[in-house]
Structure formats: C-alpha cells, structure tokens
Design a binder for this molecule. Structure first.
Ligand code: MSP
Length: 480
C-alpha cells in the first residue's frame, strides 16, 4: 500500500551561509525521505529559509544591503549548497514567498476570530540571537543565557497569543501521544516545563517594519516564530492546494535541533489546536555538533559545505555524520575521524567487497542459486530502525552484513574455486547493500546500480538477481 510521508527540516535563518550544523538536519531529512521513496511511499520533503527574523534584517542593515536583496541572495546560496550535498527536496520555501505571507495572515485571522489573540503590553527582554523572549529571572548577568550577549529590554504594545489556555490540552496530548516528542528522553523536560505553567506569547512588534503585517493591525509585524512555524502548512498548499494539503497533513515528522524543540512541541501544537488542525505525528530533536570539541560559531570553528565535501567527497560526508553519532545525541566532528571512516569502512570494507566480487564475477560468471548469505541480513531490524529514526543503527546493521560478506568471500575463496554460485550469492547481497545504503550515499549507490543494472527499490532486495554478465567495478572510494 502506498503511504504518504511528509517530512520537514527547520527553515534556516539566511543571515550567514550553511554549515555542518544546518546541513546535518537537512541531510537527515534527505536520508529519511529517500528511504520512504525506496519503500514506494509518496513523499513531501520540505526545507527553506526563515527570512522575516529581526536578526536577518539586522545583518542586512549592517552590511548596508537592501534586506530583500540580501535574503534573495542568501536563500539562493542555501539552495545552491544543498544541491552540492545531493539533497532531493520537494520544495524550498521562503517566508517571503507570497503564498506564505497569505497563509500566515489567514492563520492570524482565524486565531483572532477564535478569541485567542488580544492586545496588551509586552514588558520584558528579547534576545535577537534566539529570536525569543526572556524574563528577568531567565537572564544570566543581564545576558541571554544561550548567547551570553546583551538582550533588548522591551516595553511596548503587542498582540498576544493565549498560549496559557492550552496548558491542560497540551499535557493531555503528550500523554495520549507518547511518540510525539522523540527521542523520549527529551520529552520529560518539555512536559515538566509545561506543567510549571505557560505564559501568553507576544506575537507582534511595531518598532520595526521587517516581517509579515498582522491582518487586523497593519502597524504590527508578526513575531518571527509564529510566522516561521506556519511554513509547514504553506509548504503543502494550505491555501493554494487544499487537496494536496489534506493528503499530506498532519506532518509525519518535523526534524529539529534540540535548541528549538520548545517552539515545535509547545507553541506549534497550541497554534494548531487554536485553529482546529491536527497535530504532527512526531517532532524529533537531534543533538548538536561541535567541531574538534569547540562550539560552531561564525567567528570560530565553522565547517562550510565546500570544506566538508572536499575532505572525502559528498557521500563520505553524508555517511560520516550518521555513522559517527547516534541520531539524537551530540557529536564531535573532526576531519581525521571522517577520513578514518572513509578509508576503513567505505574504501576497505564496502569498496573492496564490491571490487573483489565484481572482478571475480567478470572472470568466472555467475550461476543462480538460493542466496543463503542474504538470510544473515536483518531487514526487519533495519526497517524498525528507520521507523524510529535510529539512523546509526541502520548503518551498524548494514555494515555488520558487509563484514559477513567479506568473511564469506575470504572463507569460500572463489578465486581458487571459481564457484559461480558463491559469486552469485555475493553479487545478490551487494544488490541488497546498495539499495539499503542508497539513502545515505546516493551518488555511489547510483553508480553501482547502473553498473549492475539494479533498480533502487526496496522490493528488489528480495527479487533474485538475474543479470548474467558482470563487469568489474571502478574504484568507488579512493583511499586518502
Ligand atoms: N529559523 C529557526 C527555525 C525555524 S523552524 C520553523 C532556526 N534557524 S537556525 O538557522 O538558527 O537553525 C536551524 C537548525 O540548525 C536548528 O535545528 C539547529 O538545531 C540546527 N543547528 C545549528 N547549529 C547546529 C549544530 N552545531 N549542530 C547541529 N545542529 C545545529 O532556528
């Protein structure tokens, strides 16, 4: 049965260019999206840029560039870098897109009509880095606890969203939907904070003019998070294509970094409850990467996409990020660790298996037989791991099987025996490996698939390999 699958990444602030931190979520979404396509599911994979933020506006002003021209330029840069990483998304959404502006205004209108918005005065603090509000007790030495920088002190008229009204409803929702916040260990903290009480959320400002205007008061622009979260509705045609929207909503998973889990697991569901839309099935929060044990920052360590790719190629970079650290945990990036995995795992284990097997198969040919070797591949486990977003475990399972295949060739010595059946089993197993690895290393998988005439489709794993003539493979991963 064909299922629909809707996956999103956060939309990134285009106030700088992409780096491994932002690439991480986007590659993860690409891997999960490609896996669903392998299963034959109908997939929407949405990513894009969050352009109405004050900090984006500020960088444009600081660089004396027209803000709209600035975001046009930067958002193009994001799309360009994502292509280099082989990210196959459905739509690249920009919050300055006209259809998005209309959706935000429509949602604000509906929420207002519901009686969930009121005018008041906001008095408190705002961190531009976080694009978030703080109270005095949240601050550390008068600074933002995250950015350790001075916060803005605000006292101004503002519209508020009645977030507090949804406290009980949210708590009930978390209880009834234990898979809403994943990994589960992150849910507890959120739920405890909600239990402590929710304050209404200031959703507008009138002291600067960059952003989407409130439909009921054009002097105010909408708070950037209220606007940004709504992109998940625009992206599948909330106003423009109702049929598509009804087919894909609710989202199957919003992938986010742990820093923005609160917005996605508290504010976003409350916004949806207010307008009577279903809540997404899962918000999955991943950890943070450091680079050689230092925080990624514009002024310090920052691995840009070209630098990442230049170390060992696109596929090795994609592979490394999900092999090195369990998806959900924090990780530390180092060039040497990437090179080691490229050499030891992709070149030695995978590359050699394919090169040795295809060289022998070209020489001695294949004879079809039952592939007993393939029984050692635990497909059920791999499927479950994918469903639970355990991408590291998927790779562990595939690489254990690659080890088994390498031992098999070593023990059976087909270079001495010329055993066509053993070679058949190995080639048929390589077919399975290629299909399963294709979400992670699409470029290399396509090369192997082309050479062995394999269809990259999950069902093909169980269909016997039926090509008789094999050609020796090229070197897939050159050692560094
Ligand atoms: N614009 C908001 C998201 C709005 S979604 C409706 C935003 N943008 S961001 O550009 O600051 O960050 C986007 C994502 O990148 C976050 O999920 C964040 O966790 C992730 N990362 C940024 N640096 C990172 C690391 N060093 N490591 C892993 N992920 C990191 O927040």
């Amino acid at each position: 049965m064909v299922k629909k699958f809707y996956i999103t990444t956060p939309i990134y602030y285009p106030n700088g260019i992409p780096h491994i931190g932002t690439a991480y979520t986007t590659i993860a979404a690409d891997i999960i999206s490609r896996w669903n396509k392998l299963l034959g599911n109908e997939v929407v994979f949405l990513t894009g840029t969050d352009e109405n933020a004050k900090k984006v506006y500020q960088v444009a002003l600081d660089s004396k560039e027209n803000p709209k021209e600035f975001v046009d330029r930067l958002s193009k840069e994001f799309a360009k870098q994502w292509k280099k990483l082989n990210l196959d998304y459905t739509r690249f959404i920009r919050t300055t897109d006209q259809d998005h502006v209309e959706v935000v205004q429509e949602i604000l209108k509906q929420t207002n009509e519901k009686g969930d918005i009121y005018k008041g005065e906001y008095e408190g603090y705002y961190c531009q880095g976080c694009e978030a509000y703080y109270t005095e007790k949240d601050l550390q030495n008068e600074n933002c606890p995250i950015h350790k920088k001075k916060v803005e002190k605000l006292k101004q008229p503002s519209y508020f969203f009645k977030l507090s009204k949804y406290q009980d409803k949210l708590l009930r929702f978390y209880k009834d939907n234990p898979d809403f916040i994943l990994p589960k260990n992150r849910a507890k903290e959120i739920i405890n904070r909600v239990k402590e009480g929710l304050k209404d959320l200031s959703i507008s400002r009138k002291d600067y003019g960059w952003g989407i205007k409130l439909p009921f008061d054009k002097e105010h622009v909408c708070y950037v998070w209220y606007d940004a979260l709504t992109n998940y509705l625009t992206g599948i045609g909330y106003l423009k294509d109702k049929k598509n929207f009804n087919k894909f909503w609710p989202a199957d998973v919003h992938l986010v970094g742990k820093d923005i889990l609160w917005f996605h697991s508290v504010i976003w569901p409350a916004m949806l409850m207010s307008i009577g839309l279903q809540i997404p099935k899962t918000v999955f929060a991943h950890g943070w990467w450091t680079v050689e044990n230092e925080k990624i920052s514009k002024s310090g360590k920052l691995i840009e996409i070209d630098e990442l790719i230049n170390i060992a190629g696109v596929d090795s970079a994609r592979y490394f990020l999900f092999r090195e650290t369990p998806f959900g945990d924090d990780g530390d990036f180092s060039k040497q660790a990437l090179i080691d995995r490229h050499n030891n795992e992709l070149a030695n284990k995978l590359g050699n298996l394919i090169l040795r097997t295809t060289t022998l198969a070209e020489k001695y040919d294949l004879e079809e037989t039952e592939n007993k070797l393939l029984k050692k591949l635990n497909l059920k486990k791999i499927q479950n791991n994918f469903t639970n977003f355990e991408l590291d475990k998927v790779l562990n399972e595939i690489f254990s099987f690659i080890d088994i295949c390498n031992e098999y060739i070593q023990n059976k010595k087909p270079w001495e025996t010329h055993d066509k059946k053993v070679l058949y089993e190995l080639i048929d197993s390589i077919k399975a490996i290629t299909i399963l690895l294709s979400p992670f290393i699409p470029e290399t998988s396509e090369k192997i698939a082309k050479q062995l005439s394999i269809n990259l489709n999950f069902k093909e794993i169980k269909k016997p390999f039926n090509i008789k003539k094999i050609k020796k493979s090229e070197i897939l991963f050159k050692k560094i």
